[in-house]
Design a protein around this ligand. Structure first.
Ligand SMILES: Cc1cc2nc3c(=O)[nH]c(=O)nc-3n(C[C@H](O)[C@H](O)[C@H](O)COP(=O)(O)OP(=O)(O)OC[C@H]3O[C@@H](n4cnc5c(N)ncnc54)[C@H](O)[C@@H]3O)c2cc1C
Length: 437
């Protein structure tokens, strides 16, 4: 049984996997193109915080880090919808109003995971090592490092090098590898809503949404009592990043479309000018494995962020990979093949769910029909318990395989539809017989 594992990419997924494999006694080397983020800090305006929910927490529990991460998180039990006139409407995420998702600093989460990996004597972290070439058959890698070119080989290689994975690029040149990359018509930019007199400017117990039909803004709380707001705007066309191309235009747009937020954003012009515009894309590929090489996290399934599940899904991948290694007694090739075939449908399913949720967040949440359906579904959940769960609850507050969620939603709706029809028919029959008498 081979023990030398190379993990390419020390982001959230790679760092967690290093800890999981290290704890099982594997000899793990992690190669990361950036410098150690614990020393250099976060990049300005790049996804400051993210929401971790049940799936991510379950994976963190496997390595004993759940409590440590939760202690640095802020629980958001619902969404707060902001209308243009400033009116706010709170929508709890779960029927009992108790379940929530956790706003966590990406930098801190990465640091916790890197610290946990580094504590293990059989795990080494090599920062400033950028993978430039990989031979899948021989598992030989070349890195660009400060000391020059570094050649390394390993018995198994896991590519956790993100949406633009170089490991995946090496797999793409192989016969039979399917790959697609779809850019969303919208991009994102992060801004800040600072604390007011040392306190949160908005309710920190909710994820705030300013739905505006074709686009939206959201905001998640941070421990320093600020909020990180993210604009999801079209790249081109009216009211796009291309159209609103100066800080002054941004302020005018905010005053007209997000007036309540505009008042709370004294640094809007500076943030708008300095913070980058990020792209959003969906990557689908198959197979995720080739011999002793496999993809994990965004490298295997980059998705749009509208369900807050990218990292959660990557963490779930780690659990499956490690479980398959155990089931296959440390035999990498069959373990990676089993891992890939189990997780690929899950990656596809959450990619579709996330795309669908964008329409829900930016548009539907503020419509009266959505609100009626939302309340009805929560009533059904209260009445029927586990026999009726909303899509959101299954995604965020369960570990139900993603691929089972849509069929379950359809089944539940059919059952409720049939039950309602039967009930109405019974009522009509009772009414009819009463009239005859
Ligand atoms: C705006 C936004 C909001 C999001 N919100 C959420 C959320 O609320 N909840 C959630 O679960 N997910 C969210 N996500 C998704 C989440 O950020 C990703 O799914 C997650 O970061 C994926 O982790 P990863 O480790 O697979 O990839 P990454 O985080 O991209 O890490 C990849 C690592 O590989 C390194 N690397 C890349 N190329 C090389 C190379 N050639 N050699 C060596 N190293 C390399 C990179 O430097 C990086 O450190 C969001 C994403 C965005 C853009």
């Amino acid at each position: 049984m081979s023990q030398r594992v190379a993990i390419v990419g020390a982001g959230l997924t790679g760092a967690l996997l290093a800890t999981m494999l290290g704890r099982r006694g594997y000899d793990v080397a992690v190669y990361e193109r950036r410098s150690d983020p614990r020393a250099t800090g976060a990049e300005r305006g790049r996804s400051i915080n993210l929401a971790i929910s049940t799936r991510g927490l379950t994976a963190l529990r496997h390595v004993g880090l759940e409590e440590r991460v939760l202690a640095r998180g802020l629980l958001m039990k619902g969404r707060m919808i902001h209308a243009v006139d400033g009116e706010q409407e709170y929508q709890p995420y779960s029927a009992d109003g108790e379940h929530g998702i956790n706003s966590i600093s990406r930098g801190e989460l990465n640091a916790v995971l890197l610290d946990a990996a580094e504590e293990l004597p059989n795990v080494t972290l090599r920062f400033d090592h950028r993978l430039t070439a990989l031979d899948i058959d021989t598992r030989e890698m070349t890195f660009a490092a400060p000391e020059g070119t570094v050649d390394v080989s390993a018995d198994a290689i896991i590519g956790s090098d993100g949406a633009f994975s170089v490991v995946r690029r090496a797999m793409q040149s192989r016969d039979g590898f399917d790959y697609s990359q779809d850019y969303l018509s919208h991009s994102y930019k992060e801004l800040t809503i600072p604390a007011v007199d040392g306190d949160f400017a908005l309710d920190p117990g909710a994820l705030h949404i300013w739905p505006r039909g074709a686009s939206m803004m959201i905001a998640l709380p941070n421990l320093d009592k600020s909020f990180t707001a993210t604009l999801f705007w079209p790249r081109k066309g009216p009211a796009s990043f291309e159209d609103i191309d100066t800080p002054e235009k941004a302020r005018r747009y905010f005053d007209d479309n997000y007036p309540d937020a505009s008042e709370l954003m004294p640094n809007l012009e500076e943030d708008y000018r300095l913070h980058p515009i990020g792209s959003l894309l969906t990557v689908r590929c198959a197979p995720w494995n080739a011999g002793g090489v496999a993809l994990i996290g965004d490298a295997a399934h980059a998705i749009v962020p509208f369900y807050g599940q990218g990292a959660n899904a990557g963490f779930e991948d780690c659990i499956e990979l490690v479980q398959q290694l155990e089931l296959h007694a440390g035999n990498w090739e069959p373990a990676l093949a089993a891992y890939a075939s189990i997780r690929k449908p899950q990656g596809d399913a959450i990619a579709d769910l996330a795309l669908h949720n964008f329409i829900e967040m930016r548009d539907l949440v503020s419509t009266p029909s959505y609100q009626i359906v939302h309340r009805t579904e929560q009533l059904l959940n209260r009445a029927l318990g586990d026999r009726y769960k909303t899509r959101y609850e299954m995604v965020s507050f369960s570990t139900t395989p993603y691929a089972e969620i849509e069929p379950t939603v359809r089944k539940q709706r059919t059952v409720v539809g049939v039950a309602t029809a039967v009930g109405l028919a019974a009522l009509a029959a009772v009414g009819l017989s009463a009239r005859k008498r």
